[in-house]
Ligand binder design. Structure first.
Ligand SMILES: [Zn+2]
Ligand SMILES: [Zn+2]
Length: 255
């Protein structure tokens, strides 16, 4: 498994930090997790071809996590040059199909993948759920954010990664991340600026410690996170490996 951070930022426009997006490469699949605006451009910068994506996983339907899903669907039908023809999966919370239907009302049939290439998987929004897709296990639990919102765990290649999505303090996230190799955790604002529905560094550190992960990656960083040592703030609880995400950073997994 290899992970590339495509967007470590939020809804705040930033050259340094794009809105949310992760590229997860396993032996069996190329996965995008969340697609905020600018994700497709960051993919170009990282040398990732949108035609090679096998699966898109969406945590929730806030614009900073889904806007480039529209661009992806449009490009998949009408890009200049060879378009993608391979089937792909989209995983999201219950409401995913309604969300796509709403987009079709606005954008029309342009964003309906031709030849039934897209298979949608709706995960429970209020209880633990899981799917086996292309040699990997995808597990989800509800996040403490707007409804519906999910945190995910992906197990593949003998290792595992948990992604918090947007969330506040959550026992669901602790349980989902139990003994994951890596937790990619939202960390919206420093400890002194706690906001409902999001995590601070100390809270992210406590979740990492309680779940026993080996590595914690802090992401979904609003601008105040640049002027505070947020890695140090996690140290109150977590003594493992901590990294502040940067766009286009890659993470290797040695199991
Ligand atoms: Zn967000
Ligand atoms: Zn959100």
């Amino acid at each position: 498994m290899k992970v590339t951070i495509l967007g470590s930022g939020t809804s705040t426009p930033s050259l340094q930090r794009n809105s949310s997006g992760l590229f997860i490469e396993t032996d069996g699949a190329n996965i995008l997790l969340d697609m905020g605006p600018g994700t497709l451009r960051r993919m170009c910068e990282a040398g990732i071809d949108y035609r090679d994506i096998d699966m898109i996983v969406l945590t929730h339907f806030h614009p900073d996590h889904v806007v480039d899903f529209i661009s992806f669907l449009f490009a998949s039908n009408y890009a200049y040059g060879p378009i993608r023809t391979d089937p792909f999966h989209v995983v999201g919370p219950v409401g995913l199909k309604t969300f796509h239907d709403g987009l079709i009302e606005i954008f029309g049939s342009w964003i309906i993948p031709s030849d039934n290439r897209m298979t949608m998987h709706e995960m429970s929004a209020d209880s633990p759920d899981s799917r086996e897709i292309r040699d990997m296990l995808i597990m989800s639990r509800p996040a403490a954010h707007s409804f519906p919102s999910l945190s995910y765990r992906i197990e593949a290649d003998g290792t595992s990664i948990t992604i918090s999505g947007d969330t506040d303090v959550s026992e669901n996230l602790v349980q989902l991340a139990k003994h994951s190799h890596t937790l990619i955790c939202e960390c919206s604002l420093p400890d002194s600026m706690k906001t409902h529905g999001h995590l601070t560094p100390a809270e992210a550190g406590l979740i990492a410690a309680q779940s026993g992960v080996a590595r914690l990656i802090l992401t979904h960083l609003y601008p105040p996170c640049e002027s505070v040592d947020i890695v140090n703030e996690t140290r109150k609880w977590f003594k493992g490996n901590v990294l502040k995400a940067e766009d286009l950073m890659t993470l290797d997994f040695v199991s």
